[in-house]
Design a protein around this ligand. Structure first.
Ligand code: PEP
Length: 256
């Protein structure tokens, strides 16, 4: 069964107190169905306490927003997968375009991070997506497929099963521009087809592929109604319960 997911990405926002308050509201009011999952991608300072707060709701989880590819060592300011796993973190966002752009994370580095996370039993939410320039030039599908192939396709089928994909066109992140439901569906279909060609139909059909890029309460239903869109990775609109709760509810939108 393919799980539908509303994942929030708080990025570098929320004081400790604000984040805990927001998480409390979401945990209290969200009502994800049995085939649905809510993931709060919060800063490191919130992880442990939100894990504790969400104990009674099995389908609300937290994600870290990054991890280092090395197991341990002299990497001042970084965090390792074993540190995350020692406090019960089960998910990590990897390959967000902001990390690729500002922190120069290449597909090779991301491949190492993915393997490290999986080895500590942490599931990657792996982000991919093209710039506006690439889309305008018309090779966005090839570009995104290449990101997947380079970072994920040398995994064993057993490991790949644990990956969640987030397609996030860079031109739609934090810009208020959203991919149309048709543009999102086209890319998600291509991503699933590529997974099928490499890992087979069953794995492809069970992989959750999220859309990210200015998902808001007023467009979530239409996006999530697309056959290959299994929910969203949500930045700005995950920062208040007023905007994130309706997006969580939109997961139940029937498919077109
Ligand atoms: C994101 O941070 O991954 C994102 C999609 O942001 P926003 O929803 O604000 O566009």
């Amino acid at each position: 069964m393919r799980i539908k997911i509303a994942a929030g990405n708080w990025k570098m926002n929320q004081s400790y107190q604000e984040g805990i308050h927001l998480a409390q509201e979401i945990i209290e009011k969200a009502n994800p169905q049995k085939d649905e999952l809510v993931i709060l991608g919060c800063p490191y300072i919130h992880l442990k306490d939100i894990i504790n707060l969400s104990q009674e709701k099995t389908n609300i989880k937290v994600a870290a927003q990054n991890c280092h590819q090395e197991k341990s060592g002299a990497y001042t300011g970084e965090i390792s997968v074993s540190m995350l796993s020692s406090i019960g973190v089960e998910y990590v966002i990897l390959g967000h375009s902001e990390r690729r752009q500002y922190f120069r994370e290449t597909n090779e580095i991301l491949s190492a991070k993915v393997k490290g996370a999986l080895s500590s039993n942490i599931r990657p939410i792996f982000c991919c997506g093209e710039s506006l320039e690439i889309r305008t030039e018309g090779w966005h599908i090839r570009y995104v497929k290449n990101q997947l192939v380079k970072a994920l396709f040398d995994l064993s089928p057993e490991d790949f099963k644990r990956i969640i994909i987030a397609y996030e066109p860079i031109w739609a992140i934090g810009t208020g521009l959203t991919a149309s439901p048709q543009q999102a569906q086209e890319m998600h279909f291509e991503i699933r087809k590529t997974i099928e060609e490499h890992f087979g139909t069953s794995i492809a059909n069970n992989t959750s592929i999220l859309y990210g890029g200015s998902v808001k309460p007023n467009n979530a239903k239409e996006l999530f109604s697309q056959p290959d869109v299994d929910g969203g990775l949500v930045g700005g609109a995950s920062l208040t319960s007023e905007s994130f709760l309706p997006i969580i509810s939109a997961l139940s939108t029937p498919k077109v």
